[in-house]
Ligand binder design. Structure first.
Ligand SMILES: N[C@@H](CCC(=O)N[C@@H](CS)C(=O)NCC(=O)O)C(=O)O
Length: 243
């Protein structure tokens, strides 16, 4: 059976997890606990020298990168996966790809930054986040959310039209990251809120909540990481990222 190496604190892991479950692709869940630094361990190092999750192992074939994994699953199971997830139509598929290419350095980068600043920076750096840093990060995130609404969603129910696709799945998991860290990005955004509800319904509310359970409890992360050796390792990385 296919193996998925995941930690559901991670946005790309949640998109891979929800997709496989939503379309009924069987897999074995292999936890790589990021909070204790298991991605740097010897065992996971044999799976991927990138030291990041998600990773898929299908027989002897190992694949990293969530977008590549999602597309692999669609193609491998093309007879059972509904077309709307990654349409065969040239231009519809190109629309999905357009979003998937855009999101890495926009919504993902900005949502992750807000998450790291709010949920991790104080515990790792042992200080409050300087206000101007936080304000700038939230402003970047808001700009990405504006673009998601104005360029990608427009007045359609989903990014490519009437049905959910990989693009919506990859978008929602990134948006839920700052939400988990206590920033209600949906406030004052009725269009985005209505879209979130449609995505939840299309994926299945139970599955959506199961996938997001750990990130919604992220306020306990500092406590859980307090005694982790991994915390010391993260300090130089945070200094590099945020100084
Ligand atoms: N572009 C990659 C991103 C993978 C990634 O950044 N994973 C993070 C979690 S969201 C990770 O494993 N981080 C561990 C680390 O950097 O130590 C994808 O889409 O799969």
């Amino acid at each position: 059976m296919m193996e998925l190496y995941l930690d559901l604190h991670s946005q790309p892991c949640r998109s891979v997890f929800m997709f496989a479950k939503a379309v009924g692709i069987p897999f074995e869940f292999k936890l790589v606990d990021l909070t204790s630094g298991q991605q740097y361990g010897e065992e996971f190092g044999k799976i991927s020298i990138l030291k990041k999750v998600p990773v898929m192992k299908d027989g002897s074939f190992i694949l990293a990168e969530s977008v590549a994994i999602l597309k692999y699953m669609v193609q491998k199971h093309s007879s059972s996966v509904a077309d709307h997830w990654y349409p065969a139509d040239l231009q519809q598929r190109a629309r999905v790809n357009e979003y998937l290419c855009w999101q890495h350095v926009n919504l993902r980068a900005h949502g992750s930054k807000v998450f790291l600043l709010r949920a991790m920076f104080p515990v790792i750096m042992d200080m409050e986040v300087p206000k101007e840093k936080m304000d700038a990060a939230v402003e970047d995130l808001n700009q990405s959310l504006n673009l998601l609404e104005e360029k990608f969603l427009q007045s359609k129910p989903f990014i490519i039209g009437d049905k959910i696709s990989l693009a919506d799945l990859v978008a929602i998991v990134e948006i839920m990251q700052p939400v988990g860290a206590g920033l209600d990005v949906f406030e004052g955004r009725p269009k985005l809120t209505a879209w979130r509800e449609r995505v939840k319904k299309a994926v299945g509310e139970k599955l959506f909540d199961e996938a997001h359970d750990v990130v919604m409890k992220v306020s306990s992360l500092p406590e859980r990481m307090q005694n982790s050796k991994h915390l010391e390792m993260l300090k130089p990385r945070f200094r590099k990222l945020f100084s």
